[in-house]
Design a protein around this ligand. Structure first.
Ligand SMILES: [Ca+2]
Ligand SMILES: [Ca+2]
Ligand SMILES: [Ca+2]
Length: 236
């Protein structure tokens, strides 16, 4: 009897702890996890090469979460990757840069080759809706693009990429959208890892999308004007 009671108590304790543990991974950490996409003074040219002035000032988001194991991914020759995002005139621009020791781009089937999985949810549902899922083969230009993706271009032998998404008035200061990016690393014909931009503990079962927030700093020209105005006033 005593042993049974102990087992029962343990089961009750485990059940009580479970919702908390799940909430911790899927909800709690995502609340403080977001990418701030800063407004660009000049839109980048979507040609696959990241030499545009718009990419000089951005803060990269690192792909350093292993989606399969839920553990952190340490940058290595196997895979190292990051992305950045900026916006202007109703468009969101995303730049991706990565190193993969074995680029598999010749396979006919998506899952047999290296590919990116993105979610861009303009309506900010917070969840991974198939409607806003994009599967993109490394190094491939795509013939038909679905909303809101408007353009994709590769550079540096498929190791850099630029994408544009048309969001119209949803790309405005202070607004948030759902955003997710994963690199599916296929080496030697087999899927090895899925490395993503997400907080620690995030796995394939996590259904929530992180936020991308449109931000805008005061542009230098305006700041300079304010300084000049201050000087003019001090003359009198
Ligand atoms: Ca470019
Ligand atoms: Ca690899
Ligand atoms: Ca690979």
């Amino acid at each position: 009897m005593n042993l049974n009671k102990q087992i029962l108590a343990i089961i009750i304790l485990l059940l009580a702890a479970m919702p908390h543990a799940l909430g911790h991974v899927t909800g709690g950490k995502l609340q403080n996890f977001q990418y701030n996409a800063d407004h660009a003074q000049v839109a980048p040219i979507v040609d696959g090469y990241l030499d545009d002035p718009a990419w000089e000032r951005v803060t990269p988001g690192k792909l350093e979460q292993n989606l399969i194991t839920g553990e952190r991914w340490n940058p290595s020759p196997d895979f190292t990757g990051s992305f950045a995002a900026t916006w202007r005139n109703g468009f969101l621009y995303v730049a991706i840069k990565f190193v993969d020791d074995q680029l598999e781009t010749r396979q006919a089937k998506l899952l047999r080759g290296d590919h990116l999985i993105l979610y861009v949810d303009p309506h900010h549902s917070g969840r991974k809706e198939d409607l806003y899922r994009f599967e993109i083969r490394i190094g491939k230009e795509m013939e038909t693009l679905k909303y809101p993706l408007t353009r994709i271009a590769w550079g540096n032998d498929g190791q850099t990429c630029e994408l544009s998404f048309r969001l119209d008035n949803l790309a405005r200061k202070g607004n948030s959208i759902g955003f997710f990016i994963t690199y599916s690393d296929v080496d030697s014909g087999n899927l090895q890892n899925k490395i993503t931009w997400a907080p620690e503990g995030y796995t394939e079962e996590s259904e929530y999308l992180p936020d991308l927030v449109f931000t805008a700093k005061i542009e230098p020209t305006r700041q300079q004007k304010l300084i000049q105005w201050g000087r003019i006033k001090s003359l009198y």
